[in-house]
Design a protein around this ligand. Structure first.
Ligand SMILES: [Zn+2]
Length: 423
């Protein structure tokens, strides 16, 4: 039985989620927030430090981005939520007056603690070999520190919350459901996330269940801590790779929250898709569904196909800064190469083609691969900016195509075109 605090009822009035079309399980919907509308399915670029690295809000609007995500952990440590609040809240602070989302900090403190178990650097996926670029939303500075041998003190989890040490200066901090929500209320995003405990992908059933129960308790405490009535809170499901736990978690989160998200750990992409399939039947069809921290091209198709609405990931921007750029199937993009070419490779020196021929973005309509290859070789700032612009445009356009395809009833044909591109 649902125990929905009265705040939640009032919050729901400020938001509206409307399903407009359905193509098998894929759905085309619209989420109205106090700062505007998000058409779904959609991709939410990550602006860890309240900036999508190298892009201005004007760029983002020009690209067609509708919502961005900022990280609570990072903004709490620097500049601190009081500073953001004093400067008018996150929307004003970052000059982004569209829909905004913050996470809870739960995943970052996982990265600082549990993920460091046994000297392993774990991500959401236990078998990920591209851990660094693939998943985490922690910044690159943090990874460099870790790769030097991890002089960081590990975070500790107890029933109250997580005690962790800043990756910037080593100072001790404590996150509880209440502090996470308090910080997120000061930051002032439209969509916020309950504070959760993140399981390790290598834990057994018993360990995973204990963590899930803690997560559930913290989720309810997060709701009880909520005071603002203009922020919609996502509940987060956990349960690792275990079907019974995943189902239990999906039911409980759906019972309490007006917006649902899938989080936690997976051993592989196949298990991730399986987890979505286990969870979806337990979600009310009238709530937005966010897949946390996952948005590879193939994940977008497989997630939408299963009924997910929103996706975020640092991969598009992080890759761009390393010269990895997205290309469409007609230019050689396949599942196998992750729809990516490395523009810094020697073979693109002097290449006259744009990054992705046919792409209508500012980068592709004005610059050649050869020029961008040169910018990276010369360590020029503009290189990263142009590749970031293209990658975000690429994913944003893909999501628009996906929305149109669902409306027209041919999402599966669109997916076929992209999936079949694999030799
Ligand atoms: Zn482009």
């Amino acid at each position: 039985v649902a125990v929905v605090p009265s705040t939640v009822i009032e919050v729901i009035k400020m938001f509206r989620f409307e399903v407009l079309a359905i193509d098998r399980k894929a759905r085309r919907a619209r989420l109205k927030t106090p700062h505007g509308t998000v058409e779904t399915p959609n991709f939410v670029p990550v602006g860890t430090q309240a900036t999508v690295k190298s892009l201005t809000p004007r760029d983002l609007r020009e690209i067609g981005v509708q919502m961005i995500l900022a990280n609570t952990y990072h903004l709490h440590l620097r500049p601190g939520e009081e500073v953001v609040e004093k400067l008018g809240g996150l929307h004003k602070f970052a000059a982004w007056n569209g829909p905004l989302m913050t996470d809870s900090g739960g995943f970052q403190v996982f990265s600082l603690g549990v993920a460091q178990e046994d000297g392993k650097k774990l991500s959401k996926f236990s078998n990920s070999n591209s851990y660094k670029e693939q998943i985490s939303d922690l910044d690159e500075h943090f990874y460099r520190q870790l790769s030097k041998g991890g002089s960081l003190k590990k975070a500790k989890v107890d029933e109250e919350g997580v005690t962790f040490y800043s990756h910037l200066d080593g100072t001790q901090h404590i996150f509880t459901p209440e502090t996470s929500i308090r910080i997120q209320e000061k930051l002032g995003a439209d969509l916020i996330v309950c504070f959760d405990d993140h399981e390790s992908p290598i834990w057994n059933h018993r360990q995973t269940e204990a963590s899930m129960q803690r997560s559930h308790r913290w989720s309810i405490e997060s709701l009880r801590a909520q005071k603002r009535k203009d922020q919609l809170m996502y509940g987060v499901t956990h349960g690792g790779v275990y079907e019974d736990l995943r189902k239990e978690s999906a039911k409980l989160i759906d019972d309490h929250f007006a917006a649902v998200s899938i989080g936690g750990a997976y051993t592989s992409k196949e298990i991730l898709y399986q987890v979505i399939d286990w969870s979806l039947p337990h979600f009310d069809g009238n709530k937005p569904r966010h897949l946390l921290g996952i948005a590879e091209i193939i994940d977008l198709f497989n997630g939408v196909e299963r009924g997910m609405d929103l996706f975020d990931c640092v991969a598009a921007t992080r890759r761009a800064r390393h010269g990895s750029i997205y290309i469409s199937p007609k230019n050689g993009g396949t599942i196998k190469n992750n729809f990516i070419i490395q523009v810094t490779n020697e073979k693109y020196k002097g290449d006259e083609e744009p990054l992705d021929p046919g792409c209508q973005c500012y980068t592709c309509t004005n610059f050649s691969r050869g020029y961008i290859n040169h910018l990276f070789k010369a360590n020029e700032l503009l290189g990263m900016r142009l590749t970031t612009y293209h990658n975000i445009y690429f994913v944003t356009e893909l999501m628009r195509d996906i929305r149109e395809a669902i409306e027209a009833g041919w999402f599966y044909r669109l997916k076929e075109i992209w999936v079949r591109s694999s030799p």
